[in-house]
Design a binder for this molecule. Structure first.
Ligand SMILES: Cc1cc2nc3c(=O)[nH]c(=O)nc-3n(C[C@H](O)[C@H](O)[C@H](O)COP(=O)(O)OP(=O)(O)OC[C@H]3O[C@@H](n4cnc5c(N)ncnc54)[C@H](O)[C@@H]3O)c2cc1C
Length: 419
């Protein structure tokens, strides 16, 4: 897959995760004549957030009506189903329960139900305690929302497929190509990479955990910083998998953009338990003790992080304790499925969320797309961005075509820019 770095291109997409590849694919659908290069620092596409997530195609229940997340999630889920059908990729409507485990959670569950309806989520049902067990016989709660449209997929397989489609148009996916620096030129940006330099008329920054840094390389002031939050997973032992048919979620804490530790069937037949949310001291720190001085220093010297600590230090300490203590992890999911014990859980890797945090400690909730002359930056693409990726691609392609002057060129032939 490691295509050659061109000397020049019309558009350079920094980051070969599902979002960058979906943006590249959408741009090429509008403008097949564009010379586009996706620059990915790893040896393969989609190895970070795209590969390390719950694999859930969210239906759009949680998000504030009218927000980009609400709109693009519902549209993206529909598009993703069609895409997976067309390309023979796994897409299983597993169905999901969000369970209120005590009466105090019911008003929040009602609010989610209202949001889901306002967002146009298909097939949503409100279930009483005895009804929820018809869907998930081992789950317990006082009420639940059932979303039969919530599905599971393999987002990395989607990303690999998108990379193939981008490559098939004659554009390039260049792996092992980290963008290290940028210089403004009259024609666009000269990007310095580990594989040489490329002159791009326009740049799309889809660098996920590094999107704030890439924005700064290009001379933008992102106004936020990525604070990485690791989400750790267990899996249920094979003999306990029968306890979960589809997806079982708690009612999330509305102060945070994370959904709470849940039970998720995967397309490979396992049942995952997680993810939690602990601050990671390395942006790509998948192990509990992972530490990278540059990343840790960046977090510790950021005002937004300290505002977060001030507000939520109790939650943070509890999350850290639960990360160390399997029994406590099991206790969290036992509220949803009482038969699960800590002996049912086996450690199973982690992902790191690229969460944008404002200088005042606000956890940025919605997707954030920022324009700069010659560049578009995707600065916050947390969950459900994998679900929404194809719709994000269309949204960004439209913005980029209008704002970056990517209207059809007059000059003929691909060789004009030295392709
Ligand atoms: C634990 C966890 C669970 C989640 N669960 C779900 C879920 O169930 N459903 C859902 O819809 N979403 C989920 N998400 C969110 C989803 O995974 C992300 O929103 C989505 O994958 C973001 O994709 P991306 O392309 O922006 O980022 P990434 O996949 O991280 O891609 C960014 C790419 O940019 C590259 N890059 C970075 N810097 C440079 C550089 N300087 N030069 C070149 N390349 C660079 C990286 O190597 C990487 O490949 C979850 C996320 C996590 C962490």
């Amino acid at each position: 897959m490691a295509g050659q770095l061109p000397e020049r291109c019309d558009v350079a997409v920094v980051g070969g995760g599902i979002v960058g590849l979906a943006c590249a694919h959408a741009l090429l659908r509008r403008r097949p004549d564009l010379r586009l290069a996706v620059l990915e620092k790893e040896v393969e596409v989609g190895l970070h957030q795209t590969a390390r997530n719950s694999g859930v195609v969210h239906a759009g229940i949680y998000y504030r009506p009218g927000s980009l997340r609400a709109r693009l999630c519902v549209e993206g889920a529909r598009r993703l189903r069609e895409f997976c059908e067309e390309h023979g990729l796994p897409f299983l409507p597993a169905g999901k329960l969000i369970v209120a485990t005590d009466d105090a959670e019911v008003p929040r569950l009602q609010e989610l139900f209202r949001r889901g309806q306002a967002n146009g989520v298909p097939g949503l049902r409100w279930l009483r305690a005895e009804e929820l067990q018809e869907v998930e016989p081992h789950a317990r709660g006082v009420a639940a929302i059932h979303s039969p449209a919530t599905a599971i997929t393999d987002f990395r397989a989607v990303a690999v497929c998108l990379a193939g489609l981008v490559g098939a148009t004659g554009s390039r996916v260049v792996t092992g190509c980290e963008v290290l620096g940028a210089r403004r030129r009259p024609e666009g940006f000269e990007l310095r990479t580990t594989r040489g330099t490329v002159l791009a008329r326009a740049v799309l920054n889809c660098a996920g955990l590094h999107s704030d840094r890439v924005a700064r390389l290009l001379g933008a002031q992102p106004g936020i910083q990525i604070v990485p939050f690791r989400g750790e997973y267990y899996v249920l032992r094979p003999e306990s998998r029968h306890l979960v048919r589809g997806l079982i979620y708690p009612v999330p804490d509305p102060r945070f953009p994370f959904l709470g530790v849940h039970l998720t069937r995967t397309v490979h037949g396992e049942v995952e338990v997680g993810p939690n949310a602990v601050v990671a001291w390395a942006r790509e720190g998948y192990r509990p003790r992972a530490f990278r001085l540059r990343d840790a220093w960046g977090t510790l010297t950021y005002s937004g992080f300290w505002w977060l600590v001030r507000r939520y230090w109790r939650v943070g300490l509890y999350e850290q304790y639960r990360s160390w203590c399997r029994r406590e992890f099991a206790r969290s999911v036992r509220r949803l499925v009482p038969e699960i014990t800590d002996r049912d859980l086996v450690r199973n890797g982690a992902g790191v969320r690229a969460q944008a945090v404002a200088p005042d400690g606000t956890l940025v909730d919605d997707f954030r797309v920022v324009l700069q002359p010659g560049a578009v930056h995707i600065l916050n693409a947390p969950s459900p961005a994998a679900t929404a990726s194809l719709a994000i691609g269309d949204h960004v392609a439209q913005l980029a075509t209008e704002a970056l002057g990517l209207q059809p060129r007059q000059e003929a032939g691909r060789s004009a820019l030295g392709w």
